[in-house]
Design a protein around this ligand. Structure first.
Ligand code: PFF
Length: 450
């Protein structure tokens, strides 16, 4: 009965687009350039790509295996598949839901900025402005007493509305149209950025590795970034996997999403670094990097007003498809575990997120007391989730699929009920059992000890 009522995605393409919608977002366009800039450029990029492929894809597949086999939210999934009572495995599910909640809180801070910047581009605020003026606009906006909060709350409300409409009508339909559009506009921007004078230096920073820059911290940051960017290690993809059709190929879906995610991150870097070097913006500029560089690039273009507007519109949407997946984790858990209605669950999730999220937004203001140690609430939430909760969650997820779940069930899922070559599934299982857990554990522990 419960099985019958549960929604599924309408098609494999819809599933890929929704998963790509979750993966592609601020992590690629905003966080990736920030992290690459702060961690030395190209060396970080290479480690990041290697980790995304070697650990990220198998972990994503593991989440799909858990989700589709259990047809449950993360908490219910671990309970069902670990044999019910007396096991601690559902804790991994709870950890995931908590992680989704914390990410959503600080993610909507920047999501609010994208909405604010959409408004600014519509109003033509960037026309004829130089670097200093554009930098001032960013600090004026983030320091404004209520505007960023209003934008954040509006964004959360938008997210809640889509999630209330459910999986097929809301999430799938929008992702399918908007993801391809984002890719097209990014390619156009890339071409423009590459023709700016000084582009070469930026490209060298982004592509020419200095391996002496790779430290334990750089590798852990790259691991955290790959998890964040692929939406793995906290149950978002367990949740989406639970809506995947029985016969759809989860392996090829995971590979497509990983590649699309890497492509968009690289495109973002190719847009931002050449432009940053060309305008004299430091690659370590952090939060303001994307929000100052991009408006400046647009100004150099014919039709800049138009492109700027479309870009921020698509950025809002790419961000929205990610916040939707975060809220969906919470909603799936609340509806199935506490039997709340979808509407109530979405409202509760959004209100709870708003409370912490507003603190994260306020912690950005100059002189804000919302610091713990030297870190803002925003940075703290970002680091707790990406550097600790997601790697630990990811480790437990691969261990669960590799060592705890029934082998027959895992094989059934990996072959999508006997449609995939056996050689491939053995290789994937080998990575899930041995390589991924060892790699995550080594990176994580060496950083803690070091
Ligand atoms: N992957 C998203 C991004 O790169 O912007 C962020 C994210 C979404 C993380 C959903 C986790 C998640 F569950």
């Amino acid at each position: 009965m419960a099985e019958k009522k549960r929604e599924t995605f309408g098609s494999k393409l819809g599933f890929i687009m929704a998963t790509a919608g979750s993966a592609l977002g601020l992590g690629n366009i905003y966080r990736f350039p920030c992290e690459a800039g702060a961690n030395g450029g190209a060396a970080f990029v290479i480690v990041y790509l290697a980790l995304a492929l070697v650990i990220g894809t198998p972990l994503m597949i593991s989440e799909f295996v858990i989700g589709r086999n259990s047809r449950s939210n993360p908490v219910g999934a671990f309970r069902k598949l670990s044999g019910g009572k007396g096991t601690a495995w559902p804790v991994v599910g709870y950890l995931g839901v908590l992680c989704a909640f914390l990410i959503l809180a600080f993610y909507t801070t920047v999501a609010g900025w994208t909405l604010g910047y959409l408004g600014k581009s519509a109003a033509g605020h960037f026309a004829g402005q130089d670097l200093a003026a554009i930098q001032r606009q960013f600090s004026d906006f983030t320091n404004h007493p209520w505007l960023p909060i209003l934008c954040q709350l509006a964004f959360l409300a938008l997210t809640a509305v889509v999630v209330m409409r459910g999986v097929k009508g809301g999430i799938e339909r929008w992702s399918k149209i908007l993801m391809p559009m984002l890719l097209v506009i990014m390619v156009v921007l890339c071409v423009k950025s590459l023709t700016l004078s000084g582009a070469r230096e930026g490209l060298e920073f982004f592509f020419k590795p200095d391996f002496s820059k790779i430290t334990g911290k750089v590798v852990l940051s790259a691991l955290g970034q790959s998890f964040f960017s692929l939406s793995i290690g906290m149950g978002a993809l367990i949740t989406y996997g639970s809506y995947l059709g029985r016969r759809d190929n989860m392996v090829s879906s995971a590979v497509s999403v990983t590649l699309a995610d890497a492509l968009v991150a690289i495109l973002a870097g190719v847009i931002i670094f050449p432009a940053a070097f060309s305008f004299g913006i430091q690659p370590e500029a952090g939060a303001s990097l994307a929000f100052t560089t991009l408006p400046l690039v647009f100004q150099q273009m014919t039709g800049g007003y138009f492109f700027c507007l479309i870009f921020f519109l698509l950025l809002v949407i790419a961000t929205l498809t990610s916040t939707i997946s975060l809220l969906e984790v919470i909603v799936a858990a609340l509806t199935e575990e506490l039997r709340l209605s979808r509407t109530k669950a979405a409202l509760l999730g959004a209100v709870g997120t708003a409370v912490i999220g507003v603190l994260a937004t306020m912690s950005f203001r100059a002189g804000s007391p919302l610091h713990i140690g030297a870190k803002t609430v925003f940075d703290l939430l970002d680091q707790i989730t990406a550097l600790y909760m997601m790697p630990i969650g990811g480790l437990l997820i691969v261990l669960f699929v590799g060592w705890k779940m029934k082998r027959g069930d895992v094989m059934d899922e990996l072959t999508s009920h006997q449609t995939l070559r056996p050689g491939l599934r053995k290789a994937i299982l080998f990575i899930i059992k041995y390589i991924a857990p060892v790699a995550i554990a080594v990176i994580f522990v060496s950083q803690l000890v070091g």
